[in-house]
Design a protein. Structure first.
Length: 116
C-alpha cells in the first residue's frame, strides 16, 4: 500500500519561506514522478510542481520562479522549497506519485498559511 506523509508546513508572513517534505512508502520511489498539489480555501486541488526520477522539473505558472521541487531518492522523500510566499499560496499541500490515478487516498497534507 502506497502512503505519503507530508510535513513542514506552518504560518509565515508574506515574503517569507518554508520547506515542506513528503516521505513516501510502498513504491519504488526513485523511478516515480512525484507531484506536489495544494488545496486552497474554496478552490479545487491544483498541481503546483512535478519532478521525474531523473530530475526533470515542471511548475505551475503561479509558483514558477518562487518554488523549487527536489527529491532525495535515498530517503524516499520529495521536498518543496517555497520562497517569496504570497497569501494566495495558503492551503494544504499534498504529494502524490503521478502514476497513481484511480483509487488514490490522499495523505493528511501539511497546512501552509501565509499572512499579509
Amino acid at each position: 500500500q502506497v502512503q505519503t506523509v507530508e510535513s513542514g508546513g506552518g504560518l509565515v508572513q508574506a515574503g517569507g519561506s518554508l520547506r515542506v517534505s513528503c516521505t513516501v512508502s510502498g513504491i519504488i520511489f526513485s523511478i516515480n514522478v512525484m507531484d506536489w498539489y495544494r488545496q486552497s480555501p474554496g478552490k479545487q486541488r491544483e498541481l503546483v510542481a512535478s519532478i521525474t526520477g531523473r530530475g526533470k522539473l515542471t511548475y505551475a505558472d503561479s509558483v514558477k520562479g518562487r518554488f523549487t521541487i527536489s527529491r532525495d531518492n535515498a530517503k524516499n522523500t520529495v521536498y518543496l522549497q517555497m520562497n517569496n510566499l504570497k497569501p494566495e499560496d495558503t492551503g494544504v499541500y499534498y504529494c502524490k506519485p503521478a502514476a497513481i490515478v484511480g483509487g488514490w487516498i490522499w495523505g493528511q497534507g501539511t497546512q501552509v498559511t501565509v499572512s499579509s
